[in-house]
Design a protein around this ligand. Structure first.
Ligand SMILES: [Zn+2]
Ligand SMILES: [Zn+2]
Length: 349
């Protein structure tokens, strides 16, 4: 084979391999970023009842300002979300999907169906790469200008919430700070008019914020389950409202009349869930994608260091393969030549 032909053939093979590699990276990383739900809760009844320990004569509202549904990245329907909250002892909630209030119509239907059991405060999670804030007690959606809003844009969202009579809660500071280097400080947030710090998110108690508030004051305290899939609950927010309505709850929230309960052991979740067959099929792809996926909200979608290492493996592997292949061909050619020489000798004899 001529050297030129060999180079063309090797280039074509390298092109094919790199294309397959790139397809693998793109498909798997997207699968890891937007994975199918691991469990389905289609047949879940949420038929247990947990009551957190508190003075029931003092408080009549048990509130969760923070949870998700299928309208964003949660895996329960609005109705399942409600039943889950009832099972864990809540009687008032905000369903705070990420950057959408498209759930409002369905929530209105459910609010009617469950009017004797649960009270709704409308709102959503204003989700960006700099900060997550729950804007609640609002009826109009407040747009998210970009993934990296300026200080002024964050302040505008806080003001817009107040103009609608709502309150602003800064979510999960312990989760955000390591991921968001430009997250506003607590002092900035206080100056900008933020009303609450989410002191409990999932099972994490924000002890740094507690210490900060003890020294500085200024913020109200609230708990959020941030439920995406059924889970144990560690935080409940108590209020004593004059009347059991959305307005009654908003009145207390605006006055910052909240008392929080934290229980590190939490309430047990008895949901079972069945493995999603779609997840099972995509599992190898999703897990490959975890290698390339960059969970860091500020760093972008792809972990370029992992990408660099993986593509080096592919190129070095390809080089070794081609080298061995050429070596084997050379040995074959030499043997053939020897054989031919031998046969000429035989002929000569
Ligand atoms: Zn969040
Ligand atoms: Zn959330």
């Amino acid at each position: 084979m001529s050297a030129k032909k060999r180079i063309i053939n090797i280039s074509i093979r390298l092109g094919v391999i790199l294309s397959l590699f790139m397809i693998t990276v793109v498909v798997s990383t997207l699968s890891a970023g937007y994975p199918p739900a691991k469990y389905l809760y289609t047949n879940e009844s949420f038929d247990w009842e947990f009551t957190p320990e508190y003075n029931e004569t003092q408080f009549n509202i048990v509130f969760d300002h923070h949870s998700h549904t299928l309208y964003s990245d949660g895996h329960l329907t609005v109705e399942q979300n409600i039943l889950w909250h009832l099972a864990h002892g809540f009687n008032a909630i905000t369903i705070s999907d990420h950057n959408t209030m498209d759930n409002a119509e369905e929530i209105a239907v459910m609010a009617e169906k469950y009017k004797d059991d649960i009270i709704f405060v409308p709102g959503f999670e204003w989700t960006t790469g700099r900060i997550h804030m729950n804007l609640i007690g609002i009826t109009e959606y407040i747009p998210v200008p970009s993934n990296k809003p300026t200080d002024e844009e964050i302040i505008a969202a806080i003001d817009a919430t107040h103009n609608q009579g709502g309150v602003v809660i800064v979510d999960h500071i312990p989760w955000s700070l390591p991921r968001m280097p430009t997250h506003p400080t607590r002092a900035q947030l206080l100056a900008w008019g933020v009303d609450y710090i989410e002191m409990v998110n999932e099972d994490v108690y924000d002890i740094d914020s507690e210490s900060w508030c003890n020294n500085t004051g200024g913020f109200g305290q609230i708990t959020g389950t941030d439920m995406h899939d059924p889970m144990d609950v560690s935080g409940w927010t108590l209020m004593s409202a004059d009347n059991l309505t959305t307005a009654g709850i908003m009145k207390e929230l605006l006055l910052r009349n909240t008392t929080i309960i934290y229980d590190s052991h939490g309430s047990t979740d008895y949901s079972i869930g069945t493995i999603n067959p779609v997840y099972q099929i995509f599992k190898p792809v999703v897990h490959t994608g975890y290698y390339f996926f960059n969970d860091d909200v500020t760093g972008g979608f792809v972990d370029w260091q992992s990408f660099g290492v993986a593509i080096s493996y592919v190129i070095v592997g390809f080089g070794i393969f081609e080298g061995v292949k050429i070596g084997i061909e050379k040995i074959g050619d030499r043997r053939k030549l020897k054989k031919e020489n031998n046969s000429y000798q035989e002929y000569d004899d």
